[in-house]
Design a binder for this molecule. Structure first.
Ligand code: HEC
Length: 151
């Protein structure tokens, strides 16, 4: 290989590395910045879990009461988002499976201010999931995620 060819090879490798770094940074930025990013981290097995209270006629109302008691202070009375917690009417939350939401409640996102709710008995956590899921249809409040800065 001639010197020039060698140089060209190294140079193009560097350009490639640089470019892919830039692309990677751009494509991963919105996910990283999203306040809902944690939902995407639920293990497959946890996400696939069915809500055992899916057809319990009382679960939604019970969940609403639990929400007022434990969650409204941060997420707002109508789960529309508050000073301390994001809206739970956002697509990211509404499109998450019941199992994913259950997993999130069980584990919290402690380092970012979302408490762990494993101290609530499992049925109560599933009731909360039923309530959260009911919000998609209940009220025509903003269903969008808060806008995030464009990278
Ligand atoms: C002390 C304030 C606080 C309380 C109380 C609270 N949350 Fe949160 N919650 C947060 C914060 C902050 C986030 C954003 C976490 C993040 O950045 O990932 C969040 C996020 C969430 C999310 C979205 C997942 C995500 O990654 O952002 C769901 C769903 C949720 N909370 C449900 C609940 C439910 C249900 C309750 C009541 C049992 C509750 N929260 C109580 C502060 C709170």
């Amino acid at each position: 290989m001639t010197r020039t060819a060698k140089f060209m090879k190294t140079a193009s490798a560097l350009v490639f590395l640089f470019a892919s770094g830039v692309i990677a940074a751009q494509t991963s930025a919105p996910v990283k910045n999203s306040v809902y990013a944690e939902l995407a981290k639920a293990p497959k097995k946890a996400s696939a879990r069915r809500n055992p209270l899916e057809s319990d006629p009382q679960a939604e109302a019970a969940g609403a009461k639990l929400f007022e008691l434990h969650c409204a202070e941060c997420h707002g009375e109508m789960a529309e988002g508050g000073k301390k917690g994001p809206s739970l009417r956002a697509d990211e939350v509404q499109q998450s499976s019941p199992g994913t939401l259950f997993w999130l409640l069980t584990n919290g996102v402690v380092r970012r201010g979302m408490p762990v709710w494993s101290k609530l008995p499992e049925p109560q956590r599933w009731q909360l999931v039923r309530y959260i899921k009911s919000l998609a249809i209940a009220l025509p409040l903003p269903a969008r995620a808060p806008s995030r800065p464009t990278p």
